[in-house]
Write a protein that binds this ligand. Sequence first.
Ligand code: ATP
Ligand code: MG
Length: 392
Amino acid sequence: MLLKKIILVKYGEIALRKGNRALYEKRLMDTLRKRLYDIAGDAIHVLREQGRFVIEDVRGDIDEKAVIPRIRNIFGVTAFCLCLKTDARELADIQNIAAEFFRGFLTDAPHTFKVETKRGDKNYPVPSREVSAAVGGYILERLPGLKVDVHRPDRVLWVEVRTYVYLYVHSEPGEGGLPYGSSGKAVLLLSGGIDSPVAGYLTAKRGVEIVAVYFHSPPYTPERAAEKVKDLTARLCAYTGALKLYVVPFTDVQLYLYENVQHSKLTILLKRSMLKIASVIAEKENAHCLITGDSIGQVASQTILSMEAVDSAAKFPVLRPLCAMDKQQIIEIAKKIGTYEISVLPFEDCCTLFVAEHPESKPKVSVIEGIEKRLSELTRLWEEAAGKACER
Ligand code: ATP
Ligand code: MG
């Protein structure tokens, strides 16, 4: 009889999407396979079984210490659990195996418990309730110190009847969201700050593939500022897999604007320039939107009117996943995903060096566009910057 430790992966939300379900499942399965490959190559199998993925090692029990850390960060996984898999189908065998399995989760102290059964295989002849009652009754007779409590049990033994039967006690919540790459592609304007990595993470969690772009202004921003953005990108990779980062040489655009426009309008014009150049990269990358880390009212350049004045420069919709969050909420996410410690390192990003004392908070689109039109060198400088953007 087969008895083997495996990992069962649950993926709630994507299972609900009828039309695209197969596509979403394939994405998630590919991601799982890719992330697990270097643990043991082809020996680790990821199989689909009635709305679940089963991860198993063809050589024997799964090495959960190696596998679980890699599943934790995968978007689209709602929960996962270490299970005992068996090919036993007879209720008497399942009772026996379940009791032995459950024993391993008990201490000397008295426990309350219940058994919950799910039948993925609707052809299994015994209804779920009866399986639970039979297994629960058997355990109660055999294992000392147990009492049934169906409302607030100390332990729940889950029995999932699928092509095989799976038993587990603990289920760990997964990262949630949608499989990475299943919802199109976007360009993330990634500065070295706290906000934009969080904006990237949240969007990627909805399944959007990301290409990061950083605007670098040497010698006003040190090389270490670019390194910091690279480190942030590497942190995000823990969730997304390999990520592309473009570094755009921004000094010429920045100096040109600094010398030619009223300083109160500088921030808006710099942001517009970033969106212009990011749009060129988005086209090249076949991406269809831009993402920034703006949050409404956080600073003068992040008012609704500023956003309106900035966005008309973009060729694609500009998503601002943090727009309605306050700083504390953003910091909490940054800490959870491990970008916070990198973001707070003190290297200036290009905007902080060129900020005006009194940036305008109520710019008018027509006025800003009028100013831009009169800047004869600007389009050329944008093109040059986009052309010189290089991948790191
Ligand atoms: P962050 O914490 O993300 O740096 P911030 O609070 O410092 O944001 P701003 O400097 O106004 O705010 O920047 C707003 C957004 O503009 C950033 O979240 C980012 O998406 C984009 N941005 C700003 N500077 C750069 C840069 N040098 N390279 C790429 N994107 C940038
Ligand atoms: Mg910043």
